[in-house]
Ligand binder design. Structure first.
Ligand SMILES: [Zn+2]
Length: 440
């Protein structure tokens, strides 16, 4: 059985569909994708193995599982280091670029945009035939040594599902990176998506993790009966970090292709603000945030705009439980634009807020995360040391009080604030949280 999802036939040697498993009984649709970056074929190989094993083993109990290749043209390149051709495919899944890819005729599209159009066509076809909830597992590998991990957005349903893998869980990538396939999938189809970084490019261990991830995803979605083997493999690979949760705090964007991480800086190493972690353009790169080093880029080819490294921080269980409780209170979401100075509603949905940059400097992202909001635009975020942050905070409090008083006099803060300024932060409730609230 194959899915017709090429926009039109072409001569690429890598097929789009790796394999399909389908049961007669209705159930969830699990979409597995590997090789969204062409230099990461591990997920493709793992999917081939898992699909062929299940094909000879009596298939699945319910639902449907489709395994797809990501960047076919980059995967087909024999040099093995081709991540993408002109633009990173995993930054193209924005509503604007998707619209552009589907509208233009194929001759005028770049190779990466053709991949985008084809993958979107596949996902749309799956959504049309789905007879239950949809899930996406997007398998990647990384360039440096490190622990495998799973990343998802911080919606309650996504957190719960992602925990089932037993890997360290990283939240908040979608705030730093725009145009991710996983983010597009969740917002377009209302399904949970999980990105699994299975290990280092080309290593056998990464392929084992990728296989275990796919088996575990089939179990967690109920497509096959649960076992213990896959979870054991994943927990063992995660070691002491199994089940821990981290939040992305900072992303360094590469500006110069000579960017080089220092050898001593490894994934999950503790770094302090101002610490020299990389060299770039003849200068020492110092991290503006304290936390844990994450995914330092040691790719062979680096281009401006690529990720240099991330800083993450561990999130505690109490914080997560409190956050789950708070975001469930409808009155909190109603009260925020009414009572917080400098915070006002954006659009008619009631799920999106504008935050004045002075206020955002004090509240930072923690408060919004706690209340179940993701940062959609936060370009003006300042990375300051403690003393400077305190000073900016005091200024902001004074301004906020001024704003409140002026608002009272003018008959509402809204009257004295501009409709929307480009410096305002935009924060939005997680799509899955909103969907689940509407269903309950
Ligand atoms: Zn990747």
């Amino acid at each position: 059985m194959s899915v017709r999802c090429e926009v039109e036939p072409n001569r690429c040697s890598v097929p789009r569909t790796i394999g399909v498993l389908e049961a007669e009984a209705a159930g969830p649709t699990l979409i597995v994708i590997g090789g969204v970056h062409g230099n990461e074929p591990t997920g493709v190989r793992a999917a081939e193995k898992v699909i062929s094993r299940l094909n000879s083993n009596g298939q699945i109990a319910r639902g449907r599982c489709v395994a797809l290749t990501g960047h076919r043209r980059a995967l087909a390149d024999p040099d093995g280091h081709t991540r993408y051709l002109e633009e990173d495919l995993n930054r193209l899944f924005t509503p604007e670029r998707v619209k552009e890819a589907l509208r233009c005729n194929r001759q005028s599209l770049s190779p990466d945009m053709i991949e985008l159009a084809e993958i979107v066509a596949c996902l749309e076809a799956e959504a049309e035939r789905a007879r239950g909830p949809m899930y996406l597992i997007d398998i990647h590998t990384f360039s440096s040594r490190g622990t495998p991990f799973a990343a998802t957005e911080d919606a309650i349903r996504a957190r719960r599902f992602c925990r089932g893998f037993g890997l360290p869980m990283v939240l908040g990538f979608e705030e730093e990176l725009h145009g991710l396939l996983s983010d597009y999938f969740t917002n377009r189809f209302g399904g949970v998506s999980v990105v699994v970084e299975a290990g280092r490019h080309g290593e056998q261990a990464a392929e084992r993790i990728a296989e275990a991830t796919l088996m575990r995803a089939l179990e967690l979605t109920g497509l096959i009966e649960p076992g213990i083997e896959a979870l054991e493999v994943l927990k063992k690979a995660a070691g002491a970090r199994a089940g821990r949760i981290y939040d992305v705090r900072y992303r360094h964007v590469i500006k110069n292709p000579d960017f080089k991480m220092l050898d001593r800086v490894h994934s999950f190493a503790r770094v302090h603000v101002g610490e020299h972690v990389a060299d770039e353009g003849g200068c020492a790169q110092r991290t503006p945030e304290s936390g844990l080093m994450f995914m330092p880029n040691r790719q062979k080819h680096k281009r401006p705009g690529d990720d240099g490294y991330f800083i993450v921080r561990r999130v505690g269980g109490v914080w997560l439980a409190l956050s789950a409780w708070l975001r469930d209170r409808a009155w909190i979401h109603r009260a925020l634009p009414r009572f917080l100075p400098g915070v006002r509603r954006r659009g008619a949905s009631g799920h999106e807020l504008l935050v004045s940059p002075q206020i955002a400097a004090v509240m930072k992202r923690d408060l919004f995360h706690l209340l179940g909001y993701r940062l959609v635009r936060h370009d003006g975020e300042l990375h300051l040391n403690r003393a400077r942050r305190l000073a900016v905070g005091m200024q902001a409090i004074v301004r906020s009080v001024g704003l409140m008083l002026a608002g009272l006099v003018a008959g509402g803060e809204r009257r004295i604030l501009a409709e929307e300024s480009p410096q305002d932060w935009i924060v939005r409730r997680h799509h899955l949280d909103v969907l689940d609230e509407q269903d309950s």
